[in-house]
Design a protein around this ligand. Sequence first.
Ligand SMILES: [Zn+2]
Ligand SMILES: [Zn+2]
Length: 238
Amino acid sequence: MEKIKNFAWNILFPKFCANCGAEGTYLCPDCLSLIEIFERQYCPFCFSSRAVADGKTCRHCHRTKKLNGLFCATSYDNFIVKKIICQLKYEPFVRELARPLSSLIITHLAFLKKQSFFENCLLIPIPLHIKKHKFRGFNQAEEIAKKLSSALKIPINDKALIKIKKTPAQTELNNKKRRENIKNVFLCKQPETIKNRRIILVDDVFTTGSTMEEVAITLKKSGAREVWGIAVARSRLN
Ligand SMILES: [Zn+2]
Ligand SMILES: [Zn+2]
């Protein structure tokens, strides 16, 4: 029965590789093999490998931040990764692409062998402003977080945090401007749900970290014990 259902589903909604167009999956094995998945965890702020252990100050850049650390699957420099993320985020908004992107994260986490780390965590997607959410029809970070939640069996809360101010796109701004741009734009609406917990933020791309850092400040003020980030891809500031 399940096979027939899948067969019918694939005829009605055929899947195509987001990069080469091959039929059958959203990311075919050939294209997947061209994506290098990080096997280690890097400092979110200086890229020094393994420099940050369990929320301690990075031994390389010595920066103390509210964000405890980051899990990032791959590089945004990879053209296939970039292409898939753009198709998810920009028109015509291929929502299903959250699935292959979350698979990249799951592969990265499997390399790290940190399953127990995620016990009793709470996933929170980086929210969009309500107007942007309505325009796109969905929040790409939330779509990725939902897939992670079901694959890793971690609860998700997409109501605890909201974005209260509309901000211009971060892509146009330098590091300092990004920080100013994002200051005080998030609000924790359900402090009781995050109190004393290890929170894992989910986003598609991590660049300077100013967004996740700002959310970490907001959530820690509201009582979160630890705030970590998960992102599909790491991008350099141009
Ligand atoms: Zn392909
Ligand atoms: Zn560092």
